[in-house]
Design a protein around this ligand. Sequence first.
Ligand SMILES: *Cc1c(COP(=O)(O)O)cnc(C)c1O
Length: 385
Amino acid sequence: MAEYRHAESAVIHGGQTTDPATGAVNVPIYQTSTFQQKGLGLEPKWEYARTGNPTRAALERLIAELEEGEAGFAFASGMAAITAVLSLFQTGDRVLISKNVYGGTYRVLDQVFQQFGLKYAMADTEDLSVLRGQITEDVKAILVESPANPLMTVTDLAGVAGIAKSQGVLTIVDNTFMTPYLQKPLVLGADIVLHSGTKYLGGHSDVVAGLVAVKDAALAKRLAFIQNATGGVLGPQDSFLIIRGIKTLAVRMDRHVENAEKVAAFLQNHSAVASVFYPGLPTAQGYEINRRQGKNGGAMISFELDDGHDYRTFFSSLKLIALAESLGGVESLVCHPATMTHASIPAQIRRKVGITDNLIRLSTGIEHIDDLLSDLDQAIRASER
Ligand SMILES: *Cc1c(COP(=O)(O)O)cnc(C)c1O
């Protein structure tokens, strides 16, 4: 066991890093579906790769350690992770979700789980007194994101977990936007933390993956059962890529955030920008809460241009920053939540939660800050009506 005390070392040395069989400093890609057994009834450590694969297991131990959980689980996508977690519940149960929840989370509850009688309701997780009143007897879990997509709404995670616990309700946190390097929901009192590993953990926009970590051993056992029973596991090659991505999580996040803070300040001071949503700005909603529960504001920013500028021309004028879904890769990406990430949310609900057609979301990459600022500046200029 390596000796270290800091997150920057944990991302490199956490979980199981070297291969016990050969001493290889990287866990090999165990590209195998099955394992030879020594004899009948000997309960082998490895039997079939849906149940367990050494490369995936190394990643699962790593995410458990980084999130300070009891156990970790790797899935074929963030949505497969969310689906496995929602499979903990049954007909008649209800899950409360924050109103700015990831579009896919809303969609799987609305169009898949609802068919089986698992109910959901949108909750005001930013306002704890309102949330308390929304916990009816059928509520079994509260699923929140902080900061939440795309308005970077901050939820008091310890506050939500405290209310949930007092009512016997599970707290599930989608920590995709912050990563365990910036925020640790299990330490704040949540029961389950999950990730789209596709984003910052992978970090290079080259793999789709999902991760879960839980604090409680009984919950871990139940989730291990669901993972094996439903089978949405991450393959060994992709597990290797996520482990590799996580090794540079600390240095990447430091640069992502450094750039995001400069971009947010630039946008806030820009005469053509009507509003900026970034929890790292002292003027932002939830700035104080976010500072209490996270290391900083992360690297996701949303903003609106004023009426004198056209967002369509802005998108088409960018030269460095690509228009794409997804986030958390080394390259900066912009997207249009109303027609892209949040298109699966009905227009009426979208408007109600403040996702205007004007809203632009930026995943701040780790390019040189001057290149980012000049691309944004020229595109804003070009978008003048
Ligand atoms: C992308 C994303 C997901 C879904 O993850 P996939 O890997 O695309 O399935 C879930 N939650 C958040 C916050 C995300 O950004």
